[in-house]
Design a protein around this ligand. Structure first.
Ligand SMILES: NC(=O)c1ccc[n+]([C@@H]2O[C@H](COP(=O)([O-])OP(=O)(O)OC[C@H]3O[C@@H](n4cnc5c(N)ncnc54)[C@H](O)[C@@H]3O)[C@@H](O)[C@H]2O)c1
Ligand SMILES: [Zn+2]
Ligand SMILES: [Zn+2]
Length: 361
């Protein structure tokens, strides 16, 4: 059976998104059909719309979602109809070189649905991050469904599906922040703010939030920042050094992903410190650094895809911390919107007033 549902599509580079009728097939082997409850608007959706990720238009946007499984393919045993799930874009294969050496977070062969969702005229859609969740019903690989408790707010825990997990994981998993560390986070959107919360959760004693938007810096204090730096008004490298006894921070996280913010991160860390790039650059960006500085300053320069998370390990653990009151996921949900308001949500991203707009279906 083919399901006819409404979904948000980016038809061509830069064009405003449109609400379209989409055809979703029943799940085949290894697949699951999920009724979406909530889906957060992530900056990566905007990157897709602007053609910053690939040219495979049209895209079905949305990927930070909670839902209820409505049907599964014949061979699926891990999830069943009725299960509450958070969707993930790292369904590991269990059999590639990375998985086999116990580093499944780097899986080279992650799973997505095999069948395609299409427009009414048969045009195949590229689902954002292999999910596509600004839609009433979506088709994913069964492994993309991480089973979670059904008694937590769907809008809040759904954010673990991308941005909040990416930020928390950038601090805790990739950056390895530990008790007593000094940490700076450049860019305080949903991802950077989660990195701040993650650094605070891990026991960092100094957590410096850097942004060009004063409103974001106010919010950062509520999520665990001990200091804030407005980098539109002063040099963040100097400020971070000042706030860390002249040394620089142990871990600096770039949650913007531009050459200039990366350079700030690179020079704002202490000798032998760690830089984590979690913001996503666009294809035309290049970076120039004196190689002697790369050598001489030591330490490590890391990238963080999805916060190096393993969904089945990390989502339930973080939801447990949320339910215990140790991780404030509610703070990330600024507004709840309807499926026809995604374009407005993209505009609000620039106004600085919103951490996450969450579409409720
Ligand atoms: N690596 C991953 O797995 C992953 C996952 C999700 C999102 N992302 C990426 O993370 C980045 C942030 O996403 P988001 O949803 O938080 O975006 P957002 O738009 O909500 O936030 C971006 C923040 O950066 C600030 N900013 C912009 N330019 C700046 C500059 N020059 N200096 C300091 N601050 C600056 C903005 O004021 C804003 O607060 C995006 O590039 C997104 O694609 C990466
Ligand atoms: Zn694998
Ligand atoms: Zn995302």
């Amino acid at each position: 059976m083919i399901h006819k549902v409404k979904g948000v599509v980016a038809r061509s580079k830069g064009a405003p998104v449109t609400l379209e009728t989409i055809l979703v097939p029943d799940p085949g082997p290894g697949e699951a059909l999920v009724d979406i409850l909530t889906s957060g608007v992530c900056h990566t959706d905007l990157h897709y719309k602007l053609g910053g990720i690939s040219d495979d238009f049209p895209f079905l946007l949305g990927h930070e979602a909670t839902g209820v499984v409505s049907a599964v393919g014949p061979d699926v045993t891990d999830v069943a109809p009725g299960d509450r799930v958070v969707l993930n874009w790292r369904a590991v294969c269990g059999d590639c070189r990375a998985c086999n050496r116990g580093q499944a977070q780097y899986c080279f062969n992650t799973r997505n649905a095999t069948q395609k969702m299409t427009l009414e005229d048969g045009t195949e859609l590229s689902a954002a991050l292999g999910i596509g969740a600004f839609i009433e019903k979506t088709l994913v690989a069964a492994g993309q469904c991480t089973k979670v408790d059904s008694d937590a707010d769907a809008a809040a825990i759904g954010l673990l599906g991308c941005g909040v997990m990416a930020g928390l994981g950038a601090a805790i998993n990739t950056g390895g922040v530990k008790r007593g560390d000094t940490v700076a986070v450049i860019g305080c959107g949903g991802v950077g703010m989660a990195a701040i919360a993650g650094a605070a959760l891990a026991g960092a004693t100094t957590v410096i939030a850097v942004d060009i938007d004063a409103k974001k810096l106010e919010r950062a204090k509520e999520l665990g920042a001990t200091h804030t730096v407005d980098s539109s008004a002063s040099d963040p490298v100097e400020k971070i050094r000042e706030l860390t006894g002249g040394f620089g921070a142990d871990v600096v996280i770039d949650a913007v992903g531009r050459p200039e913010t990366y350079k700030q991160a690179f020079y704002a860390r202490d000798l032998a410190g760690t830089v984590v790039l979690v913001g996503v650059p666009t294809p035309e960006m290049t970076l120039e650094l004196p190689l002697l500085d790369v050598f001489g300053r030591g330490g490590s320069l890391k990238s963080s895809w999805y916060g190096d998370c393993l969904p089945s390990r990390d989502f339930p653990m973080l939801i447990s911390l949320y339910k215990q009151g140790k991780l404030d996921l509610d703070a990330f949900v600024t507004e709840r919107i309807t499926i026809d308001q995604v374009e407005e949500a993209f505009e609000k991203m620039h106004s600085g007033s919103v951490l996450r707009s969450v579409v409720e279906l």
